[in-house]
Design a protein around this ligand. Structure first.
Ligand code: NAD
Length: 315
């Protein structure tokens, strides 16, 4: 039978790609409720989904920072039945914390973390009552490991991961599934917006050394990291669909095999020094080695094709 899927943040990027792929499923296994904060931005989604609009996909307004808009959206769905919730809406923030306001930081936490909490407060009770449902969260490798100048963004994704680890135990009791999708860099609006904001940032509140580190090391390498390691939104959407269709969906799934050596460092050293050391050396001592390894990664990327196995899909 057809599963009702609610996805947040569908006006661009991963949300848009996922909504379109699910709506165009040849076996028509999904009815997609593609939601976005601002319906004025629905055109790219409408265009991409074409004649399936109104059939396997409906567009609805939902702002993850507004409880009432979540309630109104869920109430408009027949029997309020959501079989799969994809919490995707999110935003980034880069730069030295000296140059960010507490309000800017709160907006990131409010969207990335409390956005998920608000969705679950509305949707989880129904799933528990039905003893069925799959909660899929677009987290990030930065939910496992912090990166230079992504302090608050990483904190927001760590919050998401800690919250989900706790909830997963309860969910199991109600036969609910919970999955964290952890992409590495993805080439979307997100990356463009974050970079532009970084370029425009007023760095006067930071000392010279920090400001230079941000401009001459971080921003300088930013585009290159996305170009060499970056996946497309469609690739992340494909991974997400496989997780949704898996018979036993994993709790965590990293979409980018080129990035896993980095996250593995975290588990290799209980003291936690290893990943910090390696990132430090990559950034401050071996700028050339860093570029060389990015080139090597490009080569690997070209050679390795995204093959990943999540077992048999369920019916
Ligand atoms: P994106 O900017 O294209 O998409 C994010 C979407 O969320 C946008 O459509 C935006 O309008 C929406 N959004 C923001 N605030 C909202 C709100 N209050 N209510 C509803 N929608 C809101 O970027 P993306 O890369 O597709 O990001 C999707 C998710 O993937 C995010 O959670 C992001 O943290 C995560 N992610 C992105 C990357 C990357 O490198 N792009 C890497 C790892 C994880």
């Amino acid at each position: 039978s057809r599963r009702n899927v609610l996805i947040t943040g569908c006006s661009s990027g991963i949300g848009l790609a996922l909504a379109v792929k699910m709506a165009k499923d040849e076996e028509r296994r999904f009815k997609v409720y593609a939601t976005m904060r601002n319906l004025a931005k629905k055109e790219p989604l409408e265009e991409a989904v074409g004649r399936r609009l109104g059939k396997t996909l409906e567009i609805k307004q939902l702002d993850v920072c507004d409880e009432q808009s979540i309630k109104t959206c869920v109430n408009s769905i027949p029997d309020r039945r959501i079989d799969v919730l994809v919490s995707n809406a999110g935003m980034g923030l880069i730069g030295p914390i000296e140059c960010q306001t507490i309000d800017e930081m709160k907006t990131v936490m409010d969207t990335n973390f409390f956005g998920l909490v608000r969705l679950l407060k509305e949707i989880l009770p129904d799933m528990k009552r039905r003893k069925s449902g799959h909660i899929v969260i677009i987290s990030s490798v930065m939910g496992i490991q912090g990166i230079l100048f992504n302090d608050v963004y990483a904190a927001s994704k760590f919050a998401v991961e800690g919250f989900c680890e706790s909830l997963a135990i309860q969910a199991l009791k109600f036969k609910l599934q919970l999955s964290l999708i952890e992409p590495g860099p993805v080439i979307t609006e997100f990356e463009r917006k974050v970079f532009e904001d970084g370029m425009k940032m007023d760095l006067s509140a930071a000392d010279k050394e920090t400001a230079e580190m941000f401009t001459n090391i971080y921003l300088k390498n930013y585009k290159q990291i996305f170009q060499s390691l970056g996946q497309s939104a469609e690739e992340v959407a494909e991974h997400t669909i496989k997780v949704i269709l898996a018979e036993n969906p994993p709790f965590r799934h990293q979409t980018n095999t080129l990035y896993t050596p980095m996250t593995t460092l975290k588990y290799a050293d209980p003291n936690g020094d290893l990943p910090i050391d390696i990132f430090y050396k990559m950034v401050f001592h071996h700028d050339k080695i860093f570029s060389a390894s990015l080139n090597f990664i490009k080569l690997l990327r070209w050679r390795s094709r995204k093959s990943f196995d999540l077992g048999k899909p369920s019916q």
